[in-house]
Design a binder for this molecule. Structure first.
Ligand SMILES: Cc1cc2nc3c(=O)[nH]c(=O)nc-3n(C[C@H](O)[C@H](O)[C@H](O)COP(=O)(O)OP(=O)(O)OC[C@H]3O[C@@H](n4cnc5c(N)ncnc54)[C@H](O)[C@@H]3O)c2cc1C
Length: 429
């Protein structure tokens, strides 16, 4: 199939990102091979791990069931929010200041890592500074204002400023939000460019990357781990399972901790009056549970995400999102779309990433709960550092002891559907 027609087999729709670059192809596995470390899953976590393992001289193989970036990593909103998905003051209430600060610092290191990594390897990922977080209800304003103060006074992060309704209207080009925060210390980017650039680094450093090679089982044989695929086997001393929301079949324990929800994005045609929308080119996310997130592309299309689904259906992606765009920018009521697509977000019970050594030699990293652009890339690097004898900086994540979703294999999905639908309804109250 020609690349212009390619559709991810695991995520709905062709993304705008796929038409923003020429996407390299990687071979399919053929035969049986062995290596030191096998990485399963070619999203940010897996590709970054493969790159850092190979750069450290480790013989690494990566197997991707579809194409690199066909999961969440090549199709997301591209926003790098500061900190973890939970605010540090929320983490402090649960775990105390020291652990909350350690988790905040790891996220700041993740941000810096991406800036340095893209610079060092010349990866053109359309990195652009600035993020606006906006309140869709008046009641969220005070927590936002306090959050900015707490970040500055307790977490040494003074790049967030509070803006009232009029100030935010100037930044957004819309007065439909009550106000919010501007974070000048974070970024947004083209995720598929980052992913393909990182894969190129991995390949040049000697990692062997294979696409369209799904792992069907991981078994232990004589102290080594054997990955079965339809096209051959890979035998390794260690395995990183980086399958995120897609990996149910090969690791049941991880699957009980990370569940998929669908999120959808559209790209509009280039805007006729781009200066009327987010003139500072920040990315935007709002205070809804079903968060609306949007930004302009370098060629002035609006990339707008907003609809979620908790069961594996797709529906009419564009119609719902067009209504959401009109709420914010009424002058775009007739805007056309060029792309509408979705992806699976891996979420956990606590919305913190799930890091676990489930069986000897097998590590699982995933469940970034919609906050993985910078964390997943960095955690891939941290995994490589642990393998090569560096400090285990992932321990602070492992210690979070994320619980499994309740309901067992059969009830988990319906229970999640009910819980998410309830929270989504609260957005309107
Ligand atoms: C629509 C959408 C918008 C988002 N927006 C943002 C955002 O703005 N900011 C942010 O921080 N985060 C966002 N996220 C989340 C972010 O994209 C993820 O946290 C991150 O990409 C996770 O990377 P990953 O490598 O862990 O997983 P993935 O990118 O999902 O990769 C997992 C890979 O494993 C492969 N795989 C699964 N099973 C197997 C198998 N058995 N054998 C071989 N391969 C297998 C899959 O094919 C897939 O390619 C968004 C996600 C979505 C879907």
């Amino acid at each position: 199939m020609s690349d212009a027609l390619y559709q991810s087999p695991i995520s709905p729709g062709r993304s705008w990102y796929e038409d923003s670059l020429i996407r390299p192809r990687w071979p399919q596995l053929s035969g049986s091979i062995s290596c030191d470390v096998l990485v399963v899953g070619g999203g940010f976590t897996g590709v970054s791990a493969a790159a850092h393992l190979a750069m450290a001289g480790v013989d690494a193989v990566l197997l991707e069931g579809a194409r690199l970036g066909d999961g969440a990593s090549g199709r997301n909103g591209g926003q790098m929010g500061t900190g973890q998905r939970l605010w540090p003051e929320e983490l402090e209430a649960s775990f105390g200041y020291e652990r909350a600060k350690a988790l905040f610092d790891i996220a700041e290191d993740a941000k810096q890592h991406l800036v340095d990594f893209t610079n060092r390897h010349g990866i053109e990922a359309d990195l652009q500074a600035g993020q606006l977080s906006v309140a869709h209800k008046r009641r969220f304003l005070k927590p936002y204002q306090e959050h900015a103060e707490i970040l500055a006074t307790r977490f040494n992060y003074d790049k967030v400023s509070f803006h009232d309704r009029a100030g935010m209207a100037d930044l957004l080009g819309s007065d439909c939000y009550y106000g919010g925060l501007r974070d000048s210390g974070t970024y947004h980017l083209n995720p598929l460019k980052l992913l393909t650039g990182t894969a190129a680094v991995a390949g040049s450093a000697g990692a062997r990357l294979f696409e369209q090679t799904p792992v069907t089982a991981l078994t232990e044989q004589g102290g080594r781990i054997v990955a079965q695929t339809p096209y051959g086997t890979v035998t390794a001393a260690r395995v990183l399972v980086a399958t995120n929301a897609h990996g149910g079949d090969i690791d049941a324990i991880a699957a009980s901790h990370v569940m998929p929800i669908r999120s959808f994005i559209v790209a509009t045609e280039p805007l006729a009056e781009p200066h009327r929308i987010i003139p500072g080119n920040e990315s935007v996310d709002d205070s809804r549970f079903v968060v609306r997130y949007f930004r302009k592309s370098p060629d002035n299309c609006l990339l707008f995400g907003g609809r979620e689904a908790y069961m594996p259906e797709t529906g009419n992606i564009g119609a719902t999102i067009l209504k959401q765009i009109r709420d914010i920018y009424p002058h775009l009521k007739d805007v056309g779309f060029t792309h509408a697509w979705g992806g699976s977000v891996g979420i956990t019970m606590t919305r913190m990433p799930y890091v676990s050594a489930t069986r000897s030699g097998i590590t699982y990293i995933g469940g970034f709960s919609g906050h993985g652009v910078m964390l997943s890339n960095f955690f891939g690097r941290l995994y490589a550092e642990t393998v090569t004898g560096g400090p285990n900086r992932l321990q602070v994540l492992q210690d979070l002891d994320i619980p499994a979703f309740p309901g067992g294999q059969w009830l988990r999905t319906p229970l999640l559907f009910l819980a998410m639908t309830w929270f989504a309804l609260r957005d309107r109250i």
